[in-house]
Design a protein around this ligand. Sequence first.
Ligand SMILES: [Zn+2]
Length: 273
Amino acid sequence: MKKRIFLVINIIIIYIISSITVMGENNVDFYSRDNPYYVLVNKQNALGKEYKPKDLMIPNVRFLEKGVLEKKFMQRTAASHLETMFNSAAKDNIHLVALSGYRSYQRQNTIYNSNLKKYGQAYTDSVSAKPGHSEHQTGLAMDISAKSAGYSLTQRFGLTKEGKWLADNAHHYGYIIRYQKGKEHITGYTYEPWHIRYVGKELASYLYINKLTLEEAEPYFIQAELIQKNTNKSTMPDEVNNQKEDTEEMSSSMQQITSSIFLDERAKSVDSQ
Ligand SMILES: [Zn+2]
């Protein structure tokens, strides 16, 4: 009998410890810079050749082109929030059209090399990202336009009611306008009102409210990590500290980020960045 009570108590203790661990892990995922939705891909940071998002799907939104095309895919979470955003926009009589989402390393490589043959190095580097450096490879970005902008990827889109709606509301659905006006020296890109990137609602709102771009998200991470640290301290400090070390190690391999040279690119009607 004593043995049985001891066993039951043990099971309860294990259950409590494991649920605290799971809670801790969720916090790490949600707030930490290791969250896969925070991945930074730009002219300095590239994804590996082998990186392909696991759960790609075609969002149920209006696309400019028909058929099953690679560029229609997005990561599942991003796709689902894109659908919600398009539906909410439609209720405001704003009709958005999706043009281009996921792009594989291989496809970017083909685009880049085809431009290289036709136009030479200097021009190619001004219009297309080197393979691995395109944010479209994350499956978290989508290029958007509307009828009023001739369904093209043009800075004029930012002046249309659809472009304005997108800039003012995207953060409610976890998206940011990735390449903003006035941030060219930070992002390395000219203004692209059409290119949105999923980062999750919390970070998107933080960046929108503080008028920051993804390269400037550091204060958010510091703040979030402090909140997380304080929350965890009151529960199980040792366990959480170990987890933090684990996730720090994980982040470098998970994001598959490598350093690379700086490129100069400009916005254009066909987004091959
Ligand atoms: Zn784009």
